[in-house]
Write a new protein. Structure first.
Length: 147
């Protein structure tokens, strides 16, 4: 349904399909009615914005909490994370004098099965007395040591 704006331009909603998918039922994008010389450029900008939003939504990764860790050797940590049978868990580590901060992302959707995945990270220096921190929540993580 068309509406008039203060500048005398008309707005209407159109259904936009991004990529090969069918239109999403019930979702529409407002498009301002412009003079024909400007209309194509404005519509292209709307399609670009919609396309960028769709690409941003296509990454189904999420942060995974680190429940605990096993120090396998002085420079190898095995992290128990909040993901279950994920296809792709990715860890990043930053180290300083006082702490080691680990962050993990996963492609496993939240909820689901009641299990946990393991992720191995290698440190550039021995853990020693440094604290392990979950980079997502900024909370300390308990580290078990191999006997």
């Amino acid at each position: 349904m068309a509406a008039s704006s203060a500048a005398g331009l008309r707005e209407r909603s159109v259904r936009v399909t991004v990529g090969p998918q069918a239109p999403i039922t019930g979702q529409s994008v407002p498009v301002t009615r412009l003079p024909s010389a400007l209309r194509a450029g404005r519509f292209a900008a709307v399609l670009t914005a919609v396309g960028a939003a769709a690409v941003g939504c296509s990454d189904d990764r999420r942060d995974a909490a680190i429940h605990d860790a096993l120090l396998e050797n002085e420079q190898t940590l095995v992290l128990t994370i909040g993901a279950c049978n994920a296809n792709d868990n990715q860890a990043s580590v930053s180290e300083d004098v006082d702490s080691v901060t680990a962050s993990v992302t996963t492609d496993d959707p939240p909820g689901g099965d009641g299990c946990a995945d393991l992720v191995t990270v290698h440190l550039s220096a021995p853990l020693g007395d440094r604290q392990l921190v979950d980079g997502t929540s900024s909370t300390p993580v308990a580290v078990r040591r191999n006997p």
